[in-house]
Design a protein around this ligand. Sequence first.
Ligand SMILES: Cc1ncc(COP(=O)(O)O)c(C=O)c1O
Length: 364
Amino acid sequence: MAKEFIMQMRPWFGAEEKQALMAYMDEDGFLTEFKKTEAFEKSIAQFTGAKHCVVVNNGTISLTLAAMAVGVETGDEVIVPNYTMVASPNSLKMFGAVPVFVDVEPDTLCLDIVLVEKAITAKTKAIMLVAANGRAPRAGIEAFQKLCDERGLLLIEDAAQGLGSYYPDGAHTGTKGLVGSFSFSAPKIISTGQGGALVTNDDGVAERLKRLKDFGRAGGGNDIHDSLGFNFKFTELQAVVGLCQMDKLADRVVRKKQIWQQYADQLANCPQVKLFAHDLKITTPWFIDALVEKREALGAYLKTELIGTRVMYPPITQQKVYDLAGSFPIAENIGKNGLWLPSSNQLTDADITRICDVVKDFYA
Ligand SMILES: Cc1ncc(COP(=O)(O)O)c(C=O)c1O
């Protein structure tokens, strides 16, 4: 039998989503957000243990709204890791706030708190902590909360990669900041095609988020506007899919951890590939991230063997659109040597063995 191409990632929808969409189309024709969206928000709030959840159309605008809702304004500085998806800083650029880049910890790939402290200026308003591949900073979230309290800063959590991951005290990733953000884009552990969710325990922040995404409307269905708002609403179609995906989340969390462990076991005797560690008790690895030798050649070889990979994010400061000076050794090293191996939830045990064997063949 011909070998199939193993993609680096692939969203996973099944018969359940298809049937639920057809059933919804039979029962209602508005498609705009309503009861299914409310049910999806409720299910995310329950899963994460947050008091409020507000969904929006993607996990970039969610960060923009998060920053606006907590009070970040044009010209304010926000500290952001230099290793992250470009959406994290771009969400601030959207309304003229200023991302200030700081290097990450070498093992967790999350913000290095010592460097964060050094980067704080009179203009700093917030810290955007990114849960890199679901991980929490080694310094501990409490250290970030304390720093924010002491320096009068707001803590925003970009937990786009963190659904199913927790802090050591059992709190879900994204729930320790004033507001936390998730993404349901195609590569995420659950997807609605596009989509984002905001969680908060603060009633005022939740209220501002609801208004910001809905034209600043004072109440459902009216045209009274007391505040500025836009249109970043969800749809019932996404919510119908999202509810089915939420039913599958617990199983996917278990499988993601098994997948990571199988890679770790099978690549343990391959010194050229160093997986970034995970504490599987609390973290759900979103992608299989590693520092590898001869990255480009390995990626090309895997491709000829029908195995997809993806190079990890280069430092944001080196992206042409930013092009900023500065020394960020950890982010720079990831940018040169970081590789994501196939990471989709659908990977079988046989797929993982095939991938690891090809990786070992390459170095042999
Ligand atoms: C850390 C991080 N932040 C934000 C985003 C943006 O999410 P979206 O693609 O839903 O806009 C992503 C998406 O990959 C991400 O990984």
